[in-house]
Design a protein around this ligand. Structure first.
Ligand code: AKG
Length: 260
C-alpha cells in the first residue's frame, strides 16, 4: 500500500524564473512580468491576456515518486522498468491497474479512427461529463489519491475543482498538439491547474495573433505545478511536443471546473 500522506511542501529561497519570457514590451498592460511569492513558493507570471502561476517544486521528489507509483500500480508490471511503449492498444486492458482506469481513446479524423498519442483517464464529480475533440468522457469517481492532490492544490487556489483529466505520455513519442481549453463547459475564463509527474517535458504556449514573437517554453518537471488563468484560453494555445529521446513516462493531471 502506498502512503500518500503529504508531509511536506518544499520551501526554498526566491529564485530567478527558470525559463525565459519574450523580451518584447508591448503596451504597459500587455507586457510580461513575474514576481516570486515566498509563501506559495512559486512565481506569479503576467502575460498579455493571461496569467500563470508556476511552482517548480510544488511536490518534492519523495511525494512525486509515490504519486507516479500510485498512478501506475498494477499486479503484473513494474511501473518503473516496464517499456510502456510496447503496451499498444490491445495489451493495455489486460493490465489490471489498481488505482487508475487508464484508457486508450480514439478520435475520428477525416472519417478514420486513430488512437491518441497518449493514454488518458477522467475523474471527478459524477454529474460532470466533459466533451473535447469530439469525445465525451464520463468521469470515474474520485479516488483517495486524486482527491488528495486536488485538496493540496486547492490550498493555494481560490477555486475548487470538480474534475481532473489525466494524460499519460508513455515516452517522448507521446505528445499533445496545439489547442486551447476553451470548451463551453469550462466557463468563460477557466482556471486550470496542471500538475506533473515523471519525465520533464516542455509545455509550450503561443499567442494566437503573434505566435512568432510570443512562444514560451515552460519545462514541467517531476512535482511542478502550473496554473493557467485569466483570458488565456481565448488568446493563447498550448502543446506538449514530441521529444523522441525521452524514454521515461510522464503523467500530467489538469484539474478543471466543469459547469453545465
Ligand atoms: O500534458 C500537459 O502538460 C498538457 C495537457 C493539456 O494540454 C490538456 O490536458 O489539455
Amino acid at each position: 500500500m502506498i502512503d500518500l500522506s503529504n508531509k511536506q511542501q518544499n520551501k526554498s529561497e526566491p529564485q530567478i524564473l527558470p525559463f525565459s519570457l519574450p523580451s518584447c514590451t508591448l503596451f504597459d498592460n500587455e507586457s510580461y512580468k513575474y514576481k516570486w511569492n515566498n509563501k506559495l513558493n512559486g512565481f506569479y507570471i503576467k502575460i498579455p491576456k493571461g496569467r500563470l502561476f508556476y511552482a517548480q517544486n510544488f511536490f518534492n521528489k519523495e511525494t512525486s515518486d509515490k504519486y507516479i507509483q500510485y498512478f501506475l500500480e498494477n499486479q503484473t508490471n513494474d511501473w518503473h522498468s516496464t517499456n510502456w511503449r510496447d503496451f499498444e492498444k490491445e495489451k493495455l486492458p489486460k493490465i489490471n491497474f489498481k488505482n487508475i482506469d487508464w484508457q486508450h481513446d480514439k478520435l475520428n479524423m477525416y472519417g478514420k479512427e486513430v488512437y491518441l498519442p497518449r493514454y488518458s483517464a477522467w475523474y471527478g464529480d459524477s454529474d460532470k461529463p466533459y466533451t473535447y475533440s469530439g469525445l465525451t468522457l464520463q468521469p470515474k469517481k474520485w479516488t483517495k489519491g486524486l482527491f488528495g492532490i486536488k485538496k493540496q492544490i486547492e490550498k493555494i487556489t481560490t477555486v475548487k475543482f470538480n474534475s481532473v483529466l489525466m494524460n499519460w505520455y508513455r515516452d517522448g513519442k507521446d505528445h499533445m498538439g496545439w489547442h486551447a481549453d476553451a470548451e463551453p463547459e469550462l466557463g468563460k475564463n477557466p482556471v486550470i491547474a496542471s500538475i506533473n509527474f515523471g519525465a520533464t517535458r516542455d509545455f509550450m504556449i503561443r499567442k494566437n495573433d503573434n505566435p512568432k514573437n510570443n512562444t514560451i517554453k515552460i519545462p514541467l518537471e517531476h512535482g511542478t505545478l502550473l496554473i493557467m488563468a485569466g483570458e488565456m484560453q481565448h488568446f493563447w494555445q498550448h502543446s506538449v511536443p514530441k521529444r523522441v529521446n525521452i524514454q521515461e513516462s510522464r503523467i500530467n493531471l489538469t484539474f478543471r471546473i466543469i459547469n453545465h
